[in-house]
Structures are given as C-alpha cells and as structure tokens.
Design a binder for this molecule. Structure first.
Ligand code: ADP
Length: 319
C-alpha cells in the first residue's frame, strides 16, 4: 500500500482533528502518501480530495471540529453513490480509506469494504454509542462541557429553591446523560435506554424538598423527550418552581480534552497499522485501556447498551 485516504463523516466531534493528525503523521512515518477527502462521503463522490503533508495537520491537535469538514450524504447510501466513491479513490490511486465518524459513517465504510475496497473505521462521536469501544472520540470533551455548564447552573441554583431540568444530547444513547448525572450528583437521570419512571422522579424530588434541599437537578437525554414539556409536568406534579436549560450545540464544540486527544492519537495511528497489515472492514477501539479492533459488521449488528451498574449506582447515590 502506497497511498491512503482519510475522511470525517456524520456529526462532528472534538478530537476528530487529533485523529486526522495521527493518521497523517503515522502514514507519513511509514512512507505512505495521505489524501484528505473533504466533506465526508459527499466530497468523496465529488472528488474533493487533496494531498496532506506533515505540515497540513500542524496546529490542529487542540482544535474542535474537523479540518476536513463533515457532511451527510444521502446519495452515498445507494450502490451508484458508493460506486462513484470507489471510482474517485481509484482515480487518485488511493488504496485504502480511514473513516472517522459514527455508526452511520461505518455503514458507508462497510458497504465500500463489501464492494472490495478496504476501509477502517475510527469511532468519532460525542454520543459514546458504538459497540466494541469503551469510549468514542469526543465523548469526554462533550461530557466536560456539560459538567461545566451544570456547575454554573448550580451556582445560581443555590440562590433559589428550584428544580432544574438540563436537556443534553443523546437521541438514542444515554451515556452523556448518565455520566453527567453521576459526575454532577443529579437527583434523576432520564435516558432512552430505561423506561421513564415519573413517580420515582417525583418522589425523589419531594424527599429532597422535605429534608430542606435548596435545589434539585434532573438530567434528561434528548431522546426521552422535550425538556420543556418534562419541566412542565414536574412543576405541575410537585408545585416546585422548575427551570429548563437545553444545552444544545455547545456540547459538540470546544477544544478536545487531553483524554480525547490521546485516544484520537492512539486510534488514528492504529487504523493506519491495520491498513498496512492488509486488514479491511475493521473498526478500532479502546477496551480496558488496550487498543483493539473488531469487524465492523459485527459491531453494527449489535445494539449499544448502557452500563447498568452505573445506572444503578446513580440511583443509589441520589437517594
Ligand atoms: P454518524 O456517522 O455520526 O452516525 P450519519 O448516521 O448521519 O452520522 O451518517 C453519516 C453518513 O454516512 C451519511 O450521511 C451517509 O453518507 C453515510 N451512511 C449512513 N448510513 C449509510 C448506509 N446504510 N450505507 C451507506 N452509507 C451510509
């Protein structure tokens, strides 16, 4: 293998730049040429491809977002779209592709691999919703952004007797809400993986209020429903003043944490190693602090699950 390509796809995540940098530097270290594909699969179809040098990825390790930009591309879900992508790669004599993104992006990589074109996936998403890896690139940064925001809300909360509902990202996965809830000592955590026990939420709030608690915090993943309508229900059921904050897109931004930079560097480098070993259709990940790789098809066939022990602990610590 002499030439490889790299793209970022789907929702962006802090640390994607650090992963791109690792891919480029590791490849050049092994005397490979590296090509950056702009705008994900859309750019691949359009041939928006340029050679990356050592200096192309200088001064990006600390930046959020992705220098290659990202996009969603419906056409790539079709056979014709994938074929166009392969033609572009062949035209540029690129022999293997590293895809940094979430599970949707991995489906694209899986399709290319099935069509005989070798791809390796690097998990980059703030949601931490990918099987076969304990953490995805961007999760730690997003989590810390949430914690910082909640700490600020707490400061104002202590001045008033109120219930605060914080809506965080996570359409199908509750990892951000669960970790944030544990890290911030929330009264209740509402996540898509667990049935919403409204009575339990209310009785926790009432118990806290009775023992003189000044304020309560409830963290809700967006997949559970709207924070505003939940807040209204809570206020009606408890008669406690309720305020809702939807954190929104700030969760995707910001300089990646040290953990995310290190993870991105390790995973990006491993992806290059796998291509050099002639592997295809694999996803890299971290499990028990070891860098591992798995078959992408196996990873995509399993439902992401929440850590039940952590969920149980969150309830025990917020009695
Ligand atoms: P993420 O990678 O963050 O999960 P998406 O689910 O939006 O984000 O997927 C990103 C892109 O991956 C899509 O816009 C599309 O181009 C490609 N993709 C998603 N699903 C498939 C599929 N089944 N086949 C081929 N490409 C896909």
């Amino acid at each position: 293998m002499r030439k490889i390509g790299v793209l970022t796809s789907g929702g962006d995540a802090p640390g994607m730049n650090a992963a791109i940098r690792a891919v480029v530097r590791k490849a050049i270290y092994h005397d490979l040429e590296v090509y950056g594909i702009k705008n994900g699969y859309q750019g691949l179809i359009e041939g928006n491809i340029e050679k990356l040098e050592i200096g192309s990825v200088g001064d990006i390790i600390q930046r959020g977002g992705t220098m290659l930009r990202s996009a969603r591309c419906e056409e790539f879900k079709t056979d014709e779209g994938q074929q166009k992508g392969i033609e572009q790669l062949k035209k540029h004599e690129i022999e293997g592709l590293i895809v940094i993104g979430g599970d949707g992006s991995f489906r694209g990589a899986q399709k290319l691999t099935e069509k005989g074109y070798p791809c390796i996936g690097v998990p980059g998403t703030i949601d931490n919703d990918i099987n076969g890896t304990d953490f995805t690139i961007g999760f730690d940064t997003a989590l810390n952004t949430i914690i910082e925001a909640i700490d600020k809300i707490r400061d104002t909360a202590t001045s008033h007797e109120r219930t605060y509902i914080i809506e965080v990202m996570g359409r199908d996965a509750g990892d951000l809400a669960l970790w944030a809830g544990l890290a911030d000592g929330a009264e209740s955590i509402l996540i898509p993986e667990k049935a919403d026990d409204f009575d339990d939420v209310i009785s926790r709030l009432k118990r806290g209020h009775e023992r003189g608690k000044k304020h309560s915090i409830i963290i809700l993943a967006e997949g559970v429903g709207s924070g505003f309508s939940y807040g209204q229900r809570i206020q009606e059921a408890t008669n406690l003043e309720t305020r809702v904050t939807v954190l929104g897109y700030i969760q995707r931004g910001g300089s990646p944490t040290a953990s995310d930079r290190v993870l991105a560097s390790r995973l990006g480098a491993k992806a290059v190693d796998l291509l050099l070993e002639g592997k295809a259709g694999r996803m890299v990940g971290i499990q028990n602090n070891k860098i591992v790789d798995h078959n992408i098809t196996d990873i995509l066939s399993k439902q992401h699950t929440i850590n039940d022990d952590m969920y149980k602990l969150s309830k025990e610590l917020s009695i």
